[in-house]
Design a protein around this ligand. Structure first.
Ligand SMILES: Cc1ncc(COP(=O)(O)O)c(C=O)c1O
Ligand SMILES: N[C@@H](CCOP(=O)(O)O)C(=O)O
Length: 466
């Protein structure tokens, strides 16, 4: 499998190359040169496989040329061995139509673990083959940070510098990052929003001096391997609900458009997905883009679903590339136009292609609270604020009777106890596996939200590559 950049100018790479590179050198994102497709019989043959086996089966076409089938199976076995539920991503029924796909049974209690536990294994595997040293630079609105740190803490030949927006993540989320004491982990709180942090990270990839000195790598969903691992749970859920003989819809709490783009890829691979519902909070640029073509960013509004407080969604570029006929040079112009004024219109071609699969909805604080209360009162399920936004959208969606709707439950409710308590009266306890989080001491640097400040911090703390 070879990978191409959404901006058309970067060198094509294989799977190992894109995993280690993160962002492409032209500022674009890597996508597979074509979508591999499974036939109905092949999909039917996946039913009932243990999760790690299913993962190896679904991801196999994407890693060809870089990993053998045995190597991939071995890495999946290790990655999914640390989940606290045997099914890894169990499916829970709410009512006749509504289902929850629980993605929070990994070590840091959010869906990010599903991909980052594998990415940690992939980094280790590829780095062991060379004398290289990697410096991971990431941005988090709360969940990617702890999942990535858990996946690479203590690993030799990898440093991780993780930026979070100061004061805009929950206490549990912050502590899950800042109480990890390992010499290769460097946490930074920056003044600004997640968007500011993500822009700094992207700039570092195209800073040739920094990238060649430190071999910068990505754990955010700009890294293709992140999305690839997230495709698997769409297969796992749809198979349980009757695929390939039954169509299934998914509602996805969305911020950086990574999770829902993984669903788009699953559909391209032949999984019968009826609709993908993009659920946003009041930071609703994606809802506006999909419903009216208007992709214009404003300032980020802090909400009780902080991990989705994002305006500029990295992976939307991947959709625009594919939906717009894969013309990288035209997309580069479109994205440069967006960068200049923080606004653009989708082309007619992009809108039409997106509308064939995507629906969208926006939930405000009341919608979110009502969805949490409904799940609790009607079904005895305590859900987190991000999941609630997905569930609100799932319950509003206009779909044919008989199509089940699976909401991705992206985080454990105990990560957001205040919001959950306000809506349900219950304060969910932290699972034992995160232990004495509130007794441990924290360590993090505080920096202004400027590229120069972060660049100098990385240069001071990270180990240069060989
Ligand atoms: C709990 C939670 N839900 C939803 C999202 C949104 O996912 P994505 O950024 O892939 O759209 C995030 C952040 O990524 C998250 O941490
Ligand atoms: N919501 C994320 C933001 C980063 O998104 P990513 O999927 O690109 O890593 C977070 O919790 O950090």
């Amino acid at each position: 499998m070879h990978y191409v950049s959404t901006r058309g100018r970067a060198r094509h790479l294989g799977f190992e190359g894109v995993t280690l590179a993160g962002l492409a050198s032209d500022g674009g994102l890597y996508v597979p040169g074509h979508w591999p497709r499974f036939g109905e019989d092949e999909i039917a043959g996946m039913a009932g496989l243990p999760y790690a086996e299913l993962a190896a089966r679904v991801m196999r076409p994407f890693v060809e040329g870089s990993l053998t089938a045995d190597e991939l199976r071995d890495l999946c076995g290790r990655a999914y061995g640390r989940f606290s539920h045997d099914a890894v991503t169990p499916l829970v029924q709410l009512d006749q139509r509504q289902w929850l796909l629980e993605l929070f049974h990994g070590p840091t209690l959010a869906f990010k673990d599903v991909a980052l536990q594998l990415l940690g294994q992939l980094f280790e595997h590829f780095v062991a083959k060379s004398d290289d040293h990697l410096t991971i630079v990431g941005a988090t609105s709360g969940d990617t940070g702890s999942a990535a740190i858990d996946a690479v803490a203590g690993r030799e030949r990898i440093d991780i510098v993780m930026l979070h927006p100061k004061g805009r993540v929950s206490d549990v989320q912050r502590r899950q990052m800042t109480t990890v004491r390992a010499p290769n982990v460097h946490n930074v709180a920056i003044d600004g929003s997640f968007d500011d942090a993500q822009a700094i990270v992207k700039r570092m990839f195209v800073d040739r001096g920094m990238n060649s000195r430190f071999h910068i790598s990505a754990v955010n969903s700009i890294n293709w391997a992140r999305l690839m691992a997230q495709i698997v749970y769409y297969f796992a859920a749809a198979l349980q609900l009757g695929a390939p003989n039954r169509r299934v819809a998914f509602s996805v709490p969305t911020g950086n458009f990574g999770d829902v783009f993984a669903g788009y890829v699953a559909a391209q691979m032949g999984l019968p997905i009826e609709r993908l519902i993009v659920a946003t909070n009041v930071n609703d640029i994606l809802h506006r883009a999909l419903s009216s073509g208007d992709y214009s960013a404003s300032d980020v509004t802090p909400t009780a679903s902080p991990s989705m407080d994002i305006q500029v969604s990295s992976n939307f570029e991947r959709l625009l590339f594919d939906a717009g006929g894969r013309d990288g040079l035209a997309l580069a112009d479109q994205m440069h136009g967006f960068d200049a004024v923080r606004a653009m219109q989708l082309t007619e071609e992009q809108r039409r292609a997106a509308a064939a699969l995507f629906l969208s909805a926006r939930a405000d604080a009341d919608d979110m609270g009502r969805a949490m209360a409904w799940a609790h009162e009607c079904c005895g399920e305590v859900i987190d604020p991000h999941t609630a936004i997905g569930l609100h959208a799932a319950r509003q969606a206009d779909l044919d009777d008989g199509v089940p709707v699976v909401t991705l439950a992206t985080a454990h409710p105990a990560k957001f106890p205040d919001a959950v308590e306000r809506a349900t009266g219950l304060r969910p306890p932290l699972p034992a596996r995160v232990g004495d989080l509130f007794e441990r001491s924290e360590a993090f640097a505080e920096l202004p939200g400027t590229y120069e400040a972060v660049r100098d911090f990385v240069a001071e703390r990270a180990t240069p590559s060989s």
